[in-house]
Design a protein around this ligand. Sequence first.
Ligand code: FNR
Length: 188
Amino acid sequence: MTKEGPLVFAVLLGSLRKASFNAMVARALPGLAPEGVTVRELESVRDYPHYDADLQAEGFPDIVTRTADAIRAADALIVVTPEYNYSIPGALKNAVDWLSRLPNQPFAGKPIAIQTASQGPFGGIRCQYHLRQSMVFLDGRVLNKPEIAVGSVQTRVDAATGALTDATTRGLIGQQLAALAEFVRRQG
Ligand code: FNR
């Protein structure tokens, strides 16, 4: 069975910084997505309280249930994030932890693409393997290829406008988004 018609990709951003390079990558996605794909950014991971099972026992925060609904309603999730200390930034991990505690948690069976950007040469690739590991437990369907790890990202943007300008990077991201659309359509 294949899925036809328009698709929605939801984007979860792992950086809180106003001048975030990963935010610049995330903002480029609507312009790089294949025809028929709408890209929607999810609410900031800044706004989740620290995960606390006692707080959960009083009821899930609204942002958790709203974001889970938005992920469930989307055809795929794209996580765009920096790497912190070779791993997942705390605020992003906290959001994943909250979302993972919901009944019918939204990552199960969901096609997921990961993009990282770093000012260092390796583009945050090590974070991707930790995120993939969490998504194995959560039964997410993480796209294998192409991987998007944007190294030396500060040289690939126009800092004044916040636009992702590097043609090679834009092309690779376009290829990943096309592969994600194909992955979604094949899953049906
Ligand atoms: C970093 N940075 C970083 N970079 C990297 O390539 N590997 C790493 O392990 C880390 N670790 C790390 C830890 C912490 C606490 C900070 C604050 C930063 C650098 C990071 O990639 C860089 O600051 C990016 O610009 C952050 O992404 P945004 O906020 O620009 O999207």
